[in-house]
Design a protein. Structure first.
Length: 269
């Protein structure tokens, strides 16, 4: 599933072709993805000008001059295609401007498209309970210390809780915990403030590197320009079960709640 770096990369790829552009035509090539498209989607977008693009957690945001924000989620296989020569059967939602055609391609149809009043985004149900952005100023050791206080749940599980920090997913949590040398199974409430500081730094370092590399490529993910993300080449533990760690130990894999966890028991405590 595309995670925060993949969505951030997607938004940055869309910005040069959408920022300031007038939407000339909107085509819905089916009635739904994970859920039905908003009934007035085409009417509210056609003729509108894009005033900004952004991201919240794993959602992409496209603002218009009509006070609306198009909110998209890539689900498990979604990606935007810029100026495809031909539309394919999985290009379900199409935006056309004077100069470009953009198609949201989603073979599995686990993605979503919503249209929300920009001023009401913070109270939109999907956003209301979200924690701070991991690359923003509100994500720090003090925040984690408060969220983890007296918690016996594994630190990895809490980092994946979107109410604690927004947008983190399995790959990048595994990588950040490795970089911070913290075992994913460690009870969150037992981690010292100094180690939480290192964890915050590790989260930011991993996400920044992943965005710079264009994200990771898992199954169908590709950037809007069609290029693949290359951060997978930098994975230190994810997907490396049985391979040697730089500390001399071996990377292990365990499955918790259906998710694979990769870590090195020798250096992650």
């Amino acid at each position: 599933m595309p995670e925060l770096p993949e969505v951030e990369t997607t938004v940055r790829g869309l910005e040069p072709v959408l920022q300031g552009a007038r939407i000339e035509r909107v085509t819905l090539r089916r009635s739904d993805l994970r859920r039905p498209f908003p009934p007035d989607l085409g009417q509210r977008l056609t003729g509108a000008t894009v005033t900004g693009l952004g991201r919240r957690a794993k959602y992409g945001l496209i603002d218009t001059d009509r006070g609306d924000t198009l909110v998209f989620h890539l689900g498990m296989s979604g990606r935007w295609r810029i100026d495809p020569e031909e539309l394919g059967k999985h290009d379900h939602f199409v935006i056309e401007t004077v100069r470009h055609r953009l198609a949201l391609n989603d073979a599995r149809r686990f993605g979503s498209i919503d249209l929300v009043s920009t001023g009401e985004l913070a109270e939109w149900p999907a956003f209301k309970a979200l924690g701070p952005e991991p690359l923003g100023p509100d994500f720090d050791a003090a925040h984690l210390a408060k969220a983890f206080e007296d918690r016996t749940a594994p630190v990895k599980a809490l980092l994946l809780d979107q109410r604690i920090v927004a947008g983190l997913g399995n790959i990048y949590v595994c990588e950040a915990l490795y970089l911070a040398r913290i075992a994913p199974t460690r009870p969150a409430g037992t981690i010292s403030r100094a180690r939480l500081t290192k964890l915050v730094e590790a989260v930011r370092e991993v996400l920044t590197a992943a965005i710079r590399a264009g994200g990771s490529t898992l199954r169908d993910y590709a950037r809007p320009d069609g290029e693949l993300g290359y951060f997978a080449k930098e994975w230190r533990v994810y997907g490396r079960e049985g391979e040697p760690c730089e500390c001399g130990g071996l990377v292990e894999r365990r499955v918790d709640s259906g998710r694979s966890t990769f870590w090195c028991p020798r250096c992650q405590k």
